[in-house]
Design a protein around this ligand. Sequence first.
Ligand SMILES: Nc1ncnc2c1ncn2[C@@H]1O[C@H](COP(=O)(O)OP(=O)(O)O)[C@@H](O)[C@H]1O
Ligand SMILES: [Mg+2]
Length: 384
Amino acid sequence: MSDGAPTRRLRVLHLEDSDLDHELAMAHLQRAGLAVESRRIESRSEFETELQGDWDLILSDYNLPGFSGLQALDMLRESDRVWPFILVSGEIGEDTAVEAMRNGASDYLLKNNLSRLAPAMENAIEAAEARRARAAADEELQASRQRLAELAQHLQTSVELERSAIAREIHDDVGGSLTALNFDLAWIVRHAGSEPVRARATAALETVTHAIEASQRIMHNLRPAILEQGLVAALQWMASRYEKRTGIECVLHTSRDSLPLPTGVPLVAYRTAQEALTNVSKHAQATRVRLDLLLTPDMLSLEISDNGRGLSNRDLAKARSFGIRGLHERAVTVGGWVDLSSSSKGTTLILSIPMTAAETEADTPADAHGEAELSHDPSAWGDL
Ligand SMILES: Nc1ncnc2c1ncn2[C@@H]1O[C@H](COP(=O)(O)OP(=O)(O)O)[C@@H](O)[C@H]1O
Ligand SMILES: [Mg+2]
């Protein structure tokens, strides 16, 4: 085969009832310089046994006593073996050849043209190796995609946990101190002996009030306290604030006021609406956007549709855009998914979460660990 390199002996299983034909075939291979280790068999039961073995290639006569090359090919296909299979026959009709190739044979040869045997074998083995390599690469790619998706989901969850922890610290430490300062300064304003002290304390009070508002705003962005009042209330509030801030008409339609939702689901829905609305104001050039929240006992569906310019696959493939990609990963953390459809009349993003899937994932840890676990859950923090 290749010059210089030590050639591995090819293990060839030969289904052939004539010893003479077997010797002849092996002689052809030897003459072509192939180092071959072969075994001749001729019955179905022997073939069945050898399917458990370790071969590089199967060479098979078409006609065998009580068995046939095509049947052997069927058995090979039904096994999980992927060895190349070459059919050899005294005479092979075109129909048979076509059928054999369709059933997965690598090649077929006539017994009176065995000079083709060595190159046919080499080709078949190379093709099988290439197929194996491609299958291995596909598998590796699949596994790597899976790992990447898991990492992305893990990051989404850790970001929420981290945000929740930071918001709690701001609330407990910064918020607590600022409130105390606020009281003290108010007391000083009331009891100030001189006008300059009162003026100074009043100014300080204003600064502190400003700092309290800022910390509340930061806490809200980190972890929306409004979610404690339920998803519907939170989305209602988001829609009206959005309309005021951007001037884009924004309405929420919902089938019912509320429904107990599994842990994690309200926050995923809230963040999805948040990102979708931000996209509308950033990219869509829309004048109207509509939120539709459909809650049934089995399914939550949240639809955000705008009347903007629409988006293309090129937009979604932007290397540095992670908003919509992040939504997909976020949805997966509660067993849901995100669909996107778009035309020149606007864009619709739909989040769907089957309740059963989300429940089984989310409920177990909370039930198992009670209160302690709740404090680690970004969406079940009732202390703000
Ligand atoms: N509602 C929308 N209308 C039109 N284009 C949109 C809309 N939402 C997203 N896009 C397009 O899709 C791209 C990807 O969005 P996204 O993943 O959220 O990333 P980013 O907002 O950071 O660019 C945007 O850059 C924009 O071109
Ligand atoms: Mg975005």
